[in-house]
Design a binder for this molecule. Structure first.
Ligand SMILES: *[C@@H]1O[C@H](CO)[C@@H](O)[C@H](O)[C@H]1NC(C)=O
Ligand SMILES: *[C@@H]1O[C@H](CO)[C@@H](O)[C@H](O)[C@H]1NC(C)=O
Length: 395
């Protein structure tokens, strides 16, 4: 018995030995070997930063591994590419990363897990638990609270992949992509209660070549929000709800603002959301723009504003001067959009008086409002309708 065991170990050792060149060529750094404890109580921030440092120092593709269990990350986890030589880092997560439940622990830092100036980072699997409930309660009580942290942020980074990640109950935005080029967010599950403030699912801005696919987002704010400077954005197979829908904007706050261009939303379902597909701009002077947008194959289920362009965006109708938006919206196509509206006005184009919307196309739109008539409303909107369009187009 002991003998066969020894032989076994010998064979295993030999096997490992002979296969080790490829292993050491692609090293794996388990956060536990840097001191992380999966007990949900010990702060693992330093261990994660050390694992990141080790992967960055490796000259070949490297993997950071987070095993099963709950890993408390008690402060801003700042993963910088500045001193990182490695452009192929995989982070494989089987466990859950847990934010401190006391929002004061993260203080006034804007982000919890933050990547900056990284290239070639791929994250597979894992759960982020933002533990936002206490902060939402503070905000909802009208007290003076911190703004809160984004759970996962990518800044000025290239060639990013996030696949199979679950993000729960972020204090603020769940995922932020800002100043990035080529980012793929695939198979994400993002959720927070419908009444949690500012918990946008995915916010994209100043970025090109971002793809969001096969994901479910249900939060208290926009499922996906698209800020200035977003171009070549592709969203496919998205289930949204609860939440405020997909929103291009708010845009046009600043006079000098990068435009939004070439956005495709293909195959999406909105369930019980405040908006379906929305473009919103402040009524202020701005040189921003929105052009070349396609919303295609969209199902609306009991959505308050299924199709909406709002160029007089003014939340709570408070302190907005009576101006006109400078953001020029053009070439926006709505193709094969059907389902149910929760309000009578299923299609609303409220465009800028000084910069009217042009090239709006409705092609195969069928939205109903219970057994009553749904209507469309247009102001300063030009374009055309094709195929069955119900409610009747006002373009
Ligand atoms: C628009 O964006 C898509 C990716 O979303 C890209 O494949 C396509 O080439 C872009 N089109 C133009 C004209 O840049
Ligand atoms: C805003 O200005 C328009 C004319 O430019 C006017 O018709 C409208 O009543 C004004 N609204 C408010 C709230 O002052």
């Amino acid at each position: 018995m002991a003998y066969t065991k020894t032989i076994h170990i010998l064979i295993l050792t030999l096997f490992c030995y002979y296969s080790s060149p490829s292993l050491s060529a692609n090293p794996t750094y388990n956060v536990q070997s840097f001191g992380a404890k999966p007990d949900g109580k010990s702060d693992c921030t330093k261990a994660f930063l050390s694992a990141w440092g080790a992967a960055c120092a490796a000259t070949t593709p490297a993997t950071i591994y987070v095993p099963r269990g709950r890993f408390l990350l008690g402060s801003n986890v700042y993963l910088s590419g500045k001193l990182c030589k490695n452009t192929a880092i995989t982070i494989r997560i089987d466990g859950t990363l847990v934010a401190p439940s006391d929002y004061n622990a993260l203080g006034r830092t804007e982000h919890w897990v933050q990547f900056e100036r990284v290239t070639g980072v791929s994250i597979y699997g894992g759960t982020l638990d933002g533990q936002g409930a206490a902060l939402w309660a503070c905000k909802n009580s009208g007290k003076n609270c911190p703004k809160g942290t984004t759970s996962l942020a990518f800044y000025n980074s290239n060639n990013i992949l996030v696949s199979g990640l679950t993000s729960l109950n972020s204090q603020m935005f769940h995922v932020l992509v800002d100043g990035c080029h080529n980012a793929k967010l695939i198979n994400l599950q993002i959720s927070a209660p419908g009444n949690s403030p500012n918990t946008d699912g995915i916010h994209v801005q100043q970025s090109t070549g971002v793809t969001i696919m096969n994901s479910h987002v249900g939060t208290g704010d926009d499922c996906v929000s698209i800020g200035p400077g977003s171009s070549n954005l592709w969203i496919e197979n998205l289930a949204c709800g609860p939440g405020h829908g997909i929103s291009i904007g708010s845009l046009g706050w600043d006079m000098q603002e990068a435009g939004v261009q070439n956005v495709t939303v293909k195959t999406a379902t909105f369930s019980g959301t405040e908006n379906g597909v929305r473009v919103k701009t402040w009524a202020r002077p701005s040189n921003g723009f929105v052009r070349d947008v396609l919303f295609q194959h969209v199902v609306m289920l009991n959505v308050q504003n299924p199709i909406i362009i709002d160029q007089n965006y003014c939340p709570d109708h408070h302190n907005c001067p009576n101006q006109s938006s400078g953001v020029k919206i053009s070439d926006v196509t709505y193709q094969d959009i059907h389902g149910t509206s929760a309000t009578a006005i299923a299609v609303k184009f409220d465009c800028s008086k000084t910069h009217p919307c042009t090239g709006i196309t409705l092609d195969g739109v069928k939205l109903t409002y219970g057994n009553k008539q749904a209507t469309a409303s247009c102001a300063n909107a030009g374009g055309s309708a094709a195929g069955v369009v119900q409610p009747t187009s006002c373009l």
